[in-house]
Each structure stands twice: as C-alpha cells, then as structure tokens.
Design a protein around this ligand. Structure first.
Ligand code: PMP
Ligand code: GLN
Length: 375
C-alpha cells in the first residue's frame, strides 16, 4: 500500500520501552514517572466515577475544568483568558495534531527545531505542508539567525518547545525578544508553543508564551496534565488559542475525538484548585540533583538540565558506536534503557548523546546509576 508517511516507523519510545521490558532493564528511556500518583487525585477519580459523569463531555471540555485552567493561567502567568479560549484535549499529542491540521494548508511551511519531539512532523506532512527542520545551536537553544534565514511568507507556523525535550534546556529572555521580532516581521506567522514541562524548571525559570505581549495573541499554547500530575496514562491536556484560531481547531477536534474522557475531566476540575504547582520544580530538581550526584563517578559527561525531567549525557569517552547502537547495547548488557538523541534530528546527526528520564524514585535512580558507573 502506498504510505502517506513513508519515512515514519515506530516511535523510539515504544522501541526502547519494549526492549527494556524484554531485557528487564531499568527503564530510563520513555518519559514517565514510576512513583505513586497523589492519593487525593485517585480518590477524586473514584468519587467522581460514582456520579453521573459517564456520558459525553461537551466537545470543548467541561466548563468547570476550563474555568480552573483559566485561574491557573492567571495565577502563574497573570494572563486573563476566557474559558472559551481553552480546549481540553486527549493529551498534548492530540492538541498538537489538531492545531496543525486546523491551521496549516498544503504548500505552506512549518518550522521545527531539531532535535525535536517526534509528534510534530507527521501532522505537517499529512496536511500537505512542508516541515522545515532547523538544528538548534550546540547548546540546544535556538539559532535565531538560522531560523530567520528560513522564514518566508509561506511560513505558517513555528513550533517551539520550552522547557525542551530531549535536551532539558530552558529559553532565555533574549530568545523571546527574537521570536517577537520575527512575528513583527511576518504578520501571518503563528507559534505553536509546546509547554508540557512548564511547571518543571530549576535554577532558570520557565517563561511562558502566555506572559509575553506580542506573543500570546499569536500563539497556541499546549499543556499536559500527564506531565504536571504524573498521570501520563490518562492522556489529558489542553491548549489555549485566540478566538479565530480556536474556531478552526474546534472543527478538527470535534471529528478527531469529539470530546475527552469525562471522569478524568471531572476529577481534575476538583483537583486543580487544591494543587500548588510552584512545588513541582523543586520536587524534580531534587531528583535531577540526586541522579547527577549518583552519576558523578561515571564516565558519562552530563550536560546542563534546566527543566523537564530529562538529563542528557555524552558517551563520547566510552564508545564510538552510534547512539542508537549504544543505547540498545547498554539496555541489553548493562540493564539500563535510555533514548538516543539522533532520532530527533531530520538528518539523524549523531553527537554521541543519550537522554535519561529522572522522573523515578530514588531507589530506581540509584540502582540505574550504579550500573551506569560500571560502564
Ligand atoms: N510534547 C512534548 C515535548 C512531550 O515530551 C510530550 C510527551 N509527554 C508530549 C508533547 C505529549 O504529551 P501527552 O502525553 O500529553 O500527549
Ligand atoms: N514524552 C515522552 C518522552 O519524551 C514519551 C511519550 C510517548 O511515549 N509517546 O519520553
């Protein structure tokens, strides 16, 4: 059969998690927490499932949840939004897919910054548009001169991801100035701002597109409850968008999923006002620091991690295998699974870098580090 996505295989996350299971390795590859979810959230999903929440939710999401999201955005980013500018989605993945399908026309161009999270390119290709993959700088921050040289009047969207997966880097103020300048020069350009790790940043604080005048009204901002509340399997998140864009996203969303799991929405609407998301950065910073300390005697070179729950490490002192070969061998022979970075580059450029997920309990991080220190 003629494939619509001939270059797409199975995602690296499925590949490495399957290999980790097969080898009974410690799985620091796919990004998901292995510690318990807040008991209060479990109680709320139980309580809510005993009420009348089992039929379709409204297409855009229940208003109670959208109102709570509006309040959180106001608290963290001092932005006033109307609940009609919030759409509940089946995770960030569906938010991204629906946005691209709604906005991007055949022949238009979409800027993707590499290494890029792997769900961005396919919806662009399926829209008949062209993905323009631009490498980030060596330090994984945007190379604005390069980006600017690729933007033209056909460019519809630039997809940004901050805090960044896989590198864990967080943007500087100056990056936002550059992005605003670009938007000023290209009035038809939109930003798809993937901020799923928005509440997980460390010394350098995350700045959101919600906070920047000149950016917020030109952005679709994507968030994930999976990341924020350690519930990746619930597959629930949201996006915010200005009125005219939201109207188009609704048209796609209603025929992709129509609406999202209603017990989860009801539970999260109750849970959100009880949570203090200011603590999440500290919670993960302790894990990052613990993992880095445990790894200090290893031969890996650890790169900076400013946010997200990922730690990138160079293995150039250990092996000259490709990063994919090295990750696979490390899983099989040393019992620790990780993610190779090359698969997130359009040209598969291999810089001998791999990604560890530190969203794990101390015991797991310590056992993994012990194994890694023997390599
Ligand atoms: N964007 C980034 C950068 C991610 O790391 C992930 C993985 N969680 C997603 C989007 C998808 O999020 P979700 O699981 O909510 O679909
Ligand atoms: N976002 C997760 C990661 O980066 C993976 C999610 C998935 O498996 N699709 O590891």
């Amino acid at each position: 059969m003629k494939s619509k996505l001939p270059h797409v295989g199975t995602t690296i996350f499925s590949v490495m998690s399957a290999l980790a299971n097969e080898c009974q390795a410690i799985n620091l590859s796919q990004g998901f927490p292995n510690f318990p979810v807040d008991q209060r959230l479990i109680s709320l999903i139980q309580e809510n499932s005993l009420t009348n929440v089992h039929q379709y939710a409204p297409m855009t999401g229940i208003v109670e949840l959208r109102e709570q999201i509006v309040q959180k955005i106001n608290l963290h980013y001092q932005r006033e939004l109307d609940p009609s500018n919030v759409l509940i989605t089946a995770g960030a993945t569906q938010a991204i897919f629906a946005t691209i399908q709604a906005l991007v026309h055949p022949g238009e161009e979409v800027i993707i910054l590499d290494p890029s999270y792997d769900c961005y390119e396919s919806p662009v290709i399926l829209s008949g548009a062209k993905a323009i993959r631009i490498p980030l700088s060596d330090n994984f921050l945007p190379d604005w001169d390069h980006i600017r040289s690729k933007v033209n009047h056909q460019t519809k969207l630039i997809i940004t991801n901050n805090p960044h997966n896989p590198s864990g880097r967080v943007w500087d103020d100056s990056d936002f100035v550059e992005l605003q300048n670009l938007l000023n020069d290209f009035p038809n350009l939109w930003v798809l701002s993937d901020e799923v790790y928005e509440f997980i940043s460390f010394e350098k604080k995350h700045i959101s597109a919600h906070q920047i005048d000149g950016l917020k009204d030109r952005s679709i901002v994507v968030s994930s409850f999976g990341k924020t509340f350690h519930i990746t399997g619930w597959k629930i998140g949201y996006l915010t968008a200005p009125d005219k864009v939201m109207a188009e996203i609704h048209k796609v969303h209603q025929f992709m999923v129509f609406s999202v799991n209603s017990p989860a929405q009801a539970a999260l609407a109750c849970y959100l006002p009880e949570t203090d998301l200011h603590q999440l950065g500290t919670f993960y910073q302790e894990k990052r620091d613990y993992f880095r300390e445990q790894m200090s005697s290893s031969r890996f070179k650890l790169l900076p991690s400013d946010g997200s729950y990922f730690q990138v490490a160079s293995f150039e002192n250990i092996s000259d295998e490709t990063d994919v070969e090295f990750c696979k061998r490390m899983t099989k022979e040393f019992g620790v699974a990780s993610i190779p970075l090359s698969v997130f580059n359009a040209d598969l450029a291999d810089r001998k870098l791999i990604r560890f997920c530190f969203a794990k309990d101390q015991e797991t991080l310590s056992s993994a580090a012990q194994r890694l220190c023997k390599i």
